[in-house]
Design a protein around this ligand. Structure first.
Ligand SMILES: Cc1cc2nc3c(=O)[nH]c(=O)nc-3n(C[C@H](O)[C@H](O)[C@H](O)COP(=O)(O)OP(=O)(O)OC[C@H]3O[C@@H](n4cnc5c(N)ncnc54)[C@H](O)[C@@H]3O)c2cc1C
Ligand SMILES: Cc1cc2nc3c(=O)[nH]c(=O)nc-3n(C[C@H](O)[C@H](O)[C@H](O)COP(=O)(O)O)c2cc1C
Length: 777
């Protein structure tokens, strides 16, 4: 085959040499506009795993790289006068120039033609090529030319950064954070040869502008950074090798992805590779890794399916199929890591102590969990756990995982951080909780969670979602609840909360297991609905009446009566349900509140009634007992509530004495398009906790102890609510403790003989796991 690579960066060069190795008969040319040594940029970094992959494909290149790279295991944070270091992170760094020279030399040795100082104007310049590799970097001309085919999606990010170098040698991968009068700056520093380190300085756009850096030339920018990091540099200079750039050398990261990676131009197949098709933020390692792995994958496909011209269409299709999955995974992780650095000045730097800040930073991509950190550096993690335990007032010889530390608020102490999330059971009769509820909630209270939240309970009969929803508007219901609360208090050391909520427009419906399904109006026996506006939840659903002020008074007073009855029943905690499109949530969201009076319009107006109800409850509910508010922190619909609104909502409830925000999302509009995934709502709990300064409960697809430990340790939430896993296993917390080898849980005395058996079972499983090879990223 005749192959032309446009662009002699890592992608083009490495693919050239791998293909030449696969078949010496291939005629391969790499066209590069620069001279061989004419490149800028400092060190590039990739993981040990990438090195292993490269070694499998070309030992000579891997050997040459290995002879020249700097390897480091440790990550060091210098923050607020403290230095914290953790190990086991396994990365290599190499100068970009050095890497290119190694690849160039290897290309030449194998017979790949290298054409320097030649600008390739177009793929059409090579009509006799069977395959054109568009490895022409982030500003790929070929990608732009066929934009309608490749459909690139390019996002420019808000932070500014500058690539610098220094002769100061940093042994660990180092992060520095410095506060200025206008905000925080951070530096990402890694060594890449015996005498040089890359030194990337980053800050938000507004901080950059406030310092006048938009007007600074490269020399002035370097001087600014030297002064900012003077305490660390100790007289060493920073260097720029972008002096030829006009204006500012500070750039914004651009995230590139493409829908289609290849195209037939009429005479040749053209395929994108490396930065031309995708970019990865430096917060997670360099795009070099992706570029090299692209080259490997395309070669692997030729090896597998044949390396003749007729194989090209199939090979290119499979190349995209295979690579797109890995790339999206890495881009997602890189996105989280990038966002962490974009918001850290606002959200974490001033809020978190250095120990927790380090933990948060290490887990920023959300790919590294608590147990991964234990594998990387057991001593560091145990030190962190001990620090965390001490913050929670725990003093025991062996460190306790954060999930199992107690949490106190007002007069209540939960024994650990796990909450059984409220789950409607639709099994009450006339609002009366009965035997079903006693067994359901009792079993879960015995299962190890710190607190069990009873399902949404309604302040009046017409506030129910279904006829099976429990209520709390009369003494019989209070006594029904008291029986359950007494059981929980007598037989377990868990706390029990009630969640009060009014269904609003989502009332008068079927239980989900009935033939017509959830949210569908009852076939008969419907009751009139009220809501902020006369708008049904489902387009063909029952239309509610817009509430009058008299309705508001009545509903507020119903809530207050329920709170009083809940206190009499002995509940430890009250949660006000302002989520999921029910009455109070419907007031908050602009999608469901179309009122033109003081209760509609601005967010402050839309919050007015829910806040009024909250304030009345706070007064009626005993002062020594906590109150949380569940909100939908994201409507997942254009024009609906956003996480930014959620911070303002949380602040408003906090000002009236809310102790916690339970951070759910969605179910406000049938048009919602949520993005589900592991711990998918935790970012809302994180943002609210650290921006509104109020404790939070994270909920949603939290399914393992490892998730809970990571969330609590990083300060993303204070408690974790677990719903569906508790339907399958009432003893979820006891099981998860045994799974991770934590034996400090007290089991119900009647169940104790099951404890050691379960612990032994999981210990054997862990021993088997430990014999299997571990991945290193
Ligand atoms: C100059 C530079 C410095 C960098 N420094 C670092 C760093 O220090 N650390 C880090 O982690 N990452 C760095 N990166 C980013 C990282 O190296 C990239 O993710 C990685 O290089 C991607 O490899 P690539 O081969 O796809 O693209 P690139 O490395 O961008 O290579 C593309 C090549 O194509 C050439 N080219 C473009 N258009 C044409 C044309 N029309 N005709 C001929 N040649 C053309 C360019 O000159 C360039 O050499 C840098 C990138 C660049 C371009
Ligand atoms: C059967 C069921 C009933 C639910 N009922 C309620 C409820 O009454 N009140 C509430 O706020 N959330 C309710 N939810 C939402 C859960 O509390 C929780 O937020 C959601 O299931 C996500 O957590 P998970 O991924 O751990 O299941 C319910 C969820 C389920 C599965």
């Amino acid at each position: 085959m005749k192959i032309v690579c446009i662009g002699g960066g890592p992608a083009g060069l490495y693919f050239g040499l791998l293909m030449k190795k696969l078949g010496a008969h291939h005629d391969i040319t790499v066209v590069e506009r620069n001279r061989p040594y004419d490149t800028f940029g400092w060190g590039v970094v990739f993981s040990d795993a990438t090195m292993d992959n490269m070694r499998a494909w070309d030992t000579e290149t891997a050997d040459a790289i290995e002879a020249s790279f700097a390897h480091w295991d440790d990550i060091e944070l210098q923050f607020k006068g403290r230095t914290i270091r953790s190990g086991g992170h396994g990365f290599v760094g190499i100068g970009r120039k050095k890497l290119l020279n190694i690849l160039q030399a290897r290309c030449e040795a194998l017979g790949v033609k290298l054409v320097f100082e030649t600008e390739a104007d177009s793929d059409a310049d090579y009509p006799d090529a069977d395959l054109v590799i568009a490895s022409d970097g982030i500003n790929s001309r070929i990608r732009s030319k066929y934009a309608s085919v490749f459909k690139p999606d390019i996002v420019t990010r808000p932070n500014r950064f500058i690539w610098l170098g220094t002769r100061k040698v940093y042994e660990p991968f180092t992060f520095l954070f410095e506060k200025t009068e206008h905000g925080w700056f951070q530096a990402h520093i890694y060594q890449f040869d015996d005498s040089t380190s890359t030194f990337i300085v980053e800050c938000p756009e507004h901080v950059w502008l406030a310092h006048g850096l938009d007007k600074a030339d490269p020399e002035q920018s370097v001087a600014f950074c030297e002064k900012l990091f003077a305490a660390n540099l100790q007289g060493e200079k920073l260097m720029t090798n972008a002096r030829h750039l006009r204006g500012s050398a500070w750039i914004n990261f651009q995230r590139v992805k493409c829908e289609q990676w290849s195209h037939f131009n009429g005479s040749s197949h053209v395929v994108l590779m490396g930065d031309a098709v995708h970019t990865a933020h430096f917060a997670i390692g360099s795009g070099t890794k992706l570029a090299l792995e692209d080259a490997i994958e395309l070669t692997r496909q030729f090896k597998q399916h044949g390396d003749r011209a007729e194989h090209i269409p199939e090979v290119l299709a499979r190349y995209q199929q295979e690579r797109a999955i890995d790339v999206i995974r890495l881009q997602n992780a890189a996105w989280n890591a990038m966002e962490w650095f974009e918001v850290c000045g606002e959200r974490y730097c001033d809020q978190l102590e250095p120990e927790q800040f380090m933990y948060s930073m290490l887990t920023r991509s959300q790919r590294i969990s608590h147990e991964n950190l234990r594998l990387r550096d057991k001593a560091w993690l145990e030190g962190f756990e001990r620090w965390f335990d001490a913050k929670c007032g725990v003093q025991v010889p062996a460190a306790i995982p954060p999930m199992f530390t107690p949490y106190s608020v007002r007069g209540v102490t939960l024994k650990n951080r796990v909450v059984v999330s409220p789950m409607a059971q639709y099994s009450a009769v006339d609002g009366l909780p009965g035997d079903y509820h006693l067994v359901h909630l009792g079993a879960r209270a015995m299962g190890g969670a710190g607190m069990v939240v009873a399902e949404m309970t309604c302040p009046s009969a017409d506030a129910r979602i279904t006829p099976g929803c429990p209520g709390l508007w009369n003494d019989a219901q209070r006594d029904g609840w008291r029986r359950i609360v007494d059981y929980v208090h007598r037989e377990t050391d868990a706390k029990i909360a009630i969640q009060l909520g009014h269904a609003g427009a989502k009332g008068s419906t079927n239980a989900p297991w009935q033939a017509s399904g959830a949210d569908q109006p009852l076939a008969s026996g419907n009751w009139p609905l009220i809501a902020p506006s006369a708008q049904p939840y489902l387009a063909d659903g029952q239309v509610p009446r817009a509430m009058t002020r008299a309705d508001m008074d009545r509903v507020r007073d119903d809530f207050v009566r329920s709170a009083r009855l809940a206190a009499e029943a002995g509940f430890d905690w009250l949660e006000l349900h302002c989520a999921h499109g029910y009455l109070l949530s419907a007031f908050i969201s602009p999608l469901t509140n179309r009122r033109g009076d003081d209760y509609g319009g601005t967010l402050a107006n839309r919050l007015r009634y829910p806040l009024e109800v909250f304030a009345a409850l706070r007064e009626a509910w005993p002062q020594h007992l906590p109150m949380s508010v569940r909100i939908s922190a994201h409507d997942w619909v254009e024009g609906g509530i956003t996480p930014t609104d959620a911070v303002a909502i949380a602040k408003a409830f906090k000002a009236l004495g809310a102790d916690m925000i339970d951070c759910s999302s969605g179910q406000v509009s049938a048009e919602q398009k949520p993005t589900y995934g592991r711990m998918y709502q935790t970012p809302f709990a994180d943002r609210i906790r650290n921006e509104a300064g109020i404790a939070t409960i994270a909920v949603g697809a939290i399914s393992e102890a490892d998730h809970v430990n990571s969330i609590i340790s990083a300060g993303r939430a204070d408690l974790c609510a677990i719903a569906r896993p508790h339907l399958a296993n009432p003893a979820w917390t006891l099981t998860e403790a045994a799974k991770i080898g934590y034996t400090g849980m007290a089991w119900p005395k009647q169940y104790v003989s099951g404890k050691s058996q379960m612990e032994a079972h999981f210990q054997r499983e862990r021993a088997v796991q430990a014999t299997k090879p571990q991945g290193s990223t």
